[in-house]
Ligand binder design. Structure first.
Ligand code: MG
Length: 387
């Protein structure tokens, strides 16, 4: 049978391949070899992890590893090294679709490079939009790139928008589990250790995002992400506490119908949907949600006093400019220091607040301005809080 264009597997470049989202993306791709072929991967330092992936996916031709000093070519495999490896992969590798599963500010540059190349982009890197939302929107205007979200809340909203008119949306309702420390009062937070904060009740995720969930910084980032992905003002984006993490988010329309997406806490569904939307082929999951078992679904108004970072994030989003970049850099630096036991839990919030008051605001930053802001903010947090 002659193959038509749509039956040709799409070539995928996966950035952040050895991380939590990266590994689950590999599983989704492995489940659909007729539709996707992995041609490029990258990681920061985990060379061993990359070599395991190369064994499992011999189709890979380009590999990026930040820890590598220089580019090399070994047995037909092109290795990219250095801090710029991801952006260079995005420009030079052979692919149709980038999955950006990088954590942190460094995910922004390859996002912009993929859009400039006109490649499709499945985005798990929140910081691309939190730090560079305006630049990303600008780049998308001149590009055929289709951008699909991987974050579970945004995937849910994306799914709930299908078949409806964007004009009829009244508001987005983003659900929040409340994170690992949700049952503690603010007074109880001071002595929290990294081990306590790293126990997320429903999702199994990387270290930084688990801490960010407990401070609600992650939810704040998601509000900013939603603003850019769905082109809605902050007033139309709400958050509610939903400890079970079963309703992944909702859209309320002007007729007050609320459409929700439900599922188990398994990132492979949003990853697969970002690759296939609007199609929904079979996905092998460990524990799909069973609606015949009794389900407790609770929703509660967000507590902005208990989680002040959410309010700070929304104000930061509204300020635009390099404010999101300052917020993110302070958080990245402070979380890293907290995980090493160098600062207390509540100092994460303090570092963010003070960095936002201290670091110079730039109204219309270029990518280079953001890079400088990122660097300056991290340095400032380190100097101000390191004992
Ligand atoms: Mg999320």
């Amino acid at each position: 049978m002659a193959a038509d264009v749509s039956s040709t597997p799409r070539k995928v470049l996966l950035l952040g391949a050895t991380g939590s989202i990266g590994r689950q993306t590999l599983d989704v791709i492995a489940q659909h070899p007729q539709d996707f072929i992995l041609t490029g991967i990258s990681a920061g330092h985990d060379q061993k992890g990359l070599e395991q992936i190369l064994k499992a996916f011999p189709s890979v031709k380009s590999v990026g590893l930040s820890a590598l000093n220089e580019d090399t070519e070994i047995e037909g495999l092109r290795w990219y090294g250095g801090q710029d490896q991801m952006a260079r992969l995005a420009k030079e590798a052979d692919y149709d679709l980038m999955v950006n599963a990088v954590v942190g500010f460094r995910g922004l540059k390859p996002t912009l490079a993929a859009i400039e190349q006109g490649k499709d982009l499945a985005l798990a890197n929140k910081e691309s939009l939190v730090c560079g939302g305006e630049l990303v929107l600008q780049a998308l205007k001149n590009s055929p790139t289709h951008l699909t979200p991987i974050d579970s809340e945004h995937s849910a909203i994306f799914q709930c928008l299908q078949g409806n008119d964007a004009e009829d949306v009244a508001r987005l309702i983003i659900t929040a589990s409340g994170g690992s420390l949700r049952d503690l009062s603010r007074d109880q937070l001071a002595g929290i250790t990294p081990a306590q904060a790293l126990k997320h009740p429903s999702w199994n995720m990387g270290a930084r995002i688990t801490i960010d969930s407990s401070t609600m910084v992650n939810k704040g980032f998601e509000v900013i992400e939603a603003h850019y992905l769905f082109n809605l003002p902050y007033e139309k984006i709400e958050t509610v506490l939903h400890p079970q993490s079963i309703v992944h988010s909702m859209v309320e329309y002007k007729d007050h119908a609320i459409i929700a997406q439900l599922g188990s806490a398994d990132m492979r569904l949003p990853i697969q949907y970002a690759l296939y939307a609007p199609r929904r082929p079979v996905l092998k999951e460990d524990k799909p949600l069973d609606m015949t078992k009794s389900l407790d679904l609770n929703f509660k108004a967000m507590d902005f006093e208990r989680f002040p970072m959410l309010k700070t994030a929304i104000e930061t989003g509204k300020r635009k400019g390099n404010a999101g970049c300052i917020f993110n850099a302070a958080d990245e630096q402070a979380v890293e220091m907290f995980l090493k036991g160098e600062i207390g839990y509540l100092q994460i919030e303090e570092a963010i607040q003070k960095a936002l008051e201290t670091i110079d605001y730039i109204a219309d930053p270029s990518y280079e301005d953001l890079e400088m802001t990122d660097h300056k903010t991290r340095q400032w947090v380190w100097d101000a809080f390191h004992q």
